[in-house]
Every structure is written in structure tokens, then in C-alpha cells.
Design a protein around this ligand. Sequence first.
Ligand SMILES: Nc1ncnc2c1ncn2[C@@H]1O[C@H](COP(=O)(O)OP(=O)(O)O)[C@@H](O)[C@H]1O
Ligand SMILES: N[C@@H](CC(=O)OP(=O)(O)O)C(=O)O
Length: 438
Amino acid sequence: MKVLKFGGTSVGSIENMHAVVNLITDGEKKLVVLSAMSGTTNALVEIADYLYKKNKDAARVHINKLEKTYEEVVKSLLKKADTKKEGEKAVKAAFDTIKSFTSGDFHEVGEKTILAQGELISTALFTQLMLENGYNTKLLPALDFMRIDSDKAADLNAIKKLIAPVLTQTGDADYYITQGFICRNANGEVDNLQRGGSDYTASLIGAAIDSEEIEIWTDIDGFHNNDPRFVTNTRKIEQLSFNEAAELAYFGAKILHPQTVLPAKLQNIPVRLKNTMNPTDSGTLITAESSGGGIKAVAAKDGITAIKVRSYRMLMAYGFLKNIFEIFEFFKTPIDMISTSEVAVSLSIDNTKKLDDILKELKEYGEVEVDQDQSIICIVGDIIGDEHGFAAKVFTALEGIPIRMISYGGSRHNISVLVPTSHKKQTLQALSDNLLNN
Ligand SMILES: Nc1ncnc2c1ncn2[C@@H]1O[C@H](COP(=O)(O)OP(=O)(O)O)[C@@H](O)[C@H]1O
Ligand SMILES: N[C@@H](CC(=O)OP(=O)(O)O)C(=O)O
């Protein structure tokens, strides 16, 4: 069975939902993962923010506004009395849940439960639309089988164990619909796979049921060789290897959630990116196969902090780097880039929750410098393979750009440079003009 994921824009209007019905109903059994209608998760984040700030009146205003929007959606989307009634019931249940958090203290479980309502509504309404059109469709509650562990990492073993009985109990159907993004954590509470996480849901489910293909349907014709939000002359890539796609997703290509590729790669399941608005286009295929030499694409990851530790104790000493890295391990803060000289080590992180604690400990080892608002620009392809003089080409393209760090040689697929975010657009465009489009 194929797993298909449709993102927020693909289910973001009545028209698009009808287009998705037409697209999936070819008689082939499938499991369909849906995101919340576009804009909904942001609206729910805003409501949760008001509740954290104890501004209950503002939260209520925003809740009522969103509820009205969904009442209108049900009216225009569903035409038959029984399906319309089910749609209204689902919307009411979701908004009753949201409203239940407007009294008393507000905590993380409340926030996660509020954020889950977008996917719970979109899947409930879409299932009714499928039934109204006569398709044998069943809703699979993702909260019954999607799990993360105590480190907040997806628990593929638990998902594998849980999804089989859920499918059996749900009974036979031509089309199974389920929620992207949402899951339960190790305490059984409602949680999520982080923003953009529906892609990851699809690949986890794909791996759990050993799907023949995972299709990610979105609002663009596939993976582009640069970020179309910042660069004008981007082009679609026909094929990428799992490793190339994983690096691009991890280093900021928004079209895929950073962790999406791994479950598919582990079980060698092809991932295809397709455009809901242009379904006949071949899209981008991601497989184990190498996609040939040369530079494939560029992506940028924002919100990076660079930390430099300079110490003469590092000179000729062993164990210095181990001590530095142990501090990051202790504070559960992953490091993205590293570069070293005899007396200094620079590294970059994107999670700054424990920055003050980390800096305090690092200062025990030497002078510490911190630069915030940096972006990692990641250049991906078969870089070390055939093409000599590749590094020279990259540096020529980046002439005039203040590079803070460089990482080269860690993998044959990737060169990364760290630049101030204020120079991100210029860097992406320069790489497009000099490396990708000439
Ligand atoms: N390299 C890239 N290739 C294609 N799209 C990209 C790339 N980098 C960023 N994007 C952006 O990703 C968007 C699709 O991702 P997203 O908005 O999360 O879609 P969805 O809501 O369908 O999940 C595109 O509209 C595009 O602006
Ligand atoms: N609704 C969630 C999950 C998601 O993946 O959405 P989208 O597919 O629209 O990126 C979010 O906005 O983060």
C-alpha cells in the first residue's frame, strides 16, 4: 500500500480538497496522511501563546474567529445532511477541547493538545467528503499509533507494533485517512513531531507498513536546486539520492521535514515529491541510487549560533575537544558544524535553550566568543567524487561574502559554510548564478 501525504496548502481550500479527492481515487488502496488546512497551525500557536501570557480574552477572540471559519468550511464543503452533521460534530469537539484550556493554568500538554486540533479537523472533514462521494474510506486515529520516546525521538518500533492492530480493528477500506504531525509521547500525552512534521509522519508510517512508495504532495513541482523563496532562477531536480535529500532537508530545504528521509532510507522505500496543483508532472524521485556527479542543490538553515573557544591549553593537548563536546552532550544540545585550529575550536548550534549554561561551562576552558543570527548554507552533490577544483569554484562564487566557518570533507555529499543571516539571500543567489545555472 502506498502512503501519500498532502500538506497544508493541498487541503487549504474547498477547491483543493476536491482536487485531492479526485487525485487519490484511482481504485488503488492507499493510506493518506493530511496536514492541517494552511494557516490553522499558526493560528493555534497564536492562541496557545495568548494562553501562556494569561491573555484569555485575546485567546477567546481568536478561538471564536477560527471556529467561525471552520463552520463556514463545513457549510461549503459538505452537502449531505449526515456528512454535514458529522463534520459539524468534529468541529464542535475540536473547539470544545480548545476552549477547555481557557480556564485554569496553561501548560505544555494544553499547548500540544491545542496544536493537534488542526489535523484532527482536516482529517475528519476530508473523511466525510470522501464518504459523501461514495468512497470506502476509514479514519485512522494517529494518536493510537504514532509515538515518540522520552528523548522526543520518533519510536519506529512502537509505531510498527501499534499500527497493525489499529488497521485490523478499523477494518477493510480502500482509503485510510490519518493525521500528520500529531503523536503521543512516552507519558501517553498528546505531542507532535515539530512544525512541518506531517512529512515525517508519512515516512514513519511508510516504514512501519513497508509501503511500496511514499509520496509527499505539496504546492511545488518537486525539490528545487535552491530555495525558491529567496532565489529567482531555481530549477526542479528529477532525482536525488537519500543521502543528498537528507542533507538538504536537514540543512533547511523547507519542502521536507529534516528527518523525513531516514525511515525511508532504512527500508529502501522510494520517496516521490509531487505537486497537487500539477499532478501529471513527474516531480522528484528520492531513492538509494546515486544521481550522478556534480553539484545538485543548495539549502539554508537559519537561527544558528556560532561559538568559538580559544585556549592555549588546547595546543598539543589531548582530551581538550572531548571535554568541550561533553558539555554539549550534558546539555543535550546537538552540534551542526565544527572547525578547529591549534588553539581554537568553533562550532555551531541551533538549539539555544541551554546556551547560558553551556557558555558558563565553556568559559572554564578558555576565552569564548558567540555570534548569533547566522545561517548554514549547505551545498550538496557528489562533491568529492569526480569533480576536481570544486572547492575553488565554491570560494570564487562566494567572493565578497563574510564566511564565519567552513566545513568540507565530513561527507562526500556536502560543503557547508556559515554566514550571517543578513547575507543569506546574497549567498544563495551567488551560488545559483555561479554554480548551479552556468
Ligand atoms: N529546495 C526547495 N525546493 C522546493 N521547495 C522549497 C525548497 N526550499 C524551500 N521550499 C519551499 O517549500 C514549500 C513547500 O513546503 P511546505 O510549505 O512545508 O508545504 P506543505 O504545506 O505542502 O507541507 C514550497 O512552496 C517552497 O516555497
Ligand atoms: N500542521 C503542521 C504540520 C505540517 O506538516 O504542516 P505542512 O504539511 O503544511 O507543512 C505544521 O503546520 O507545522
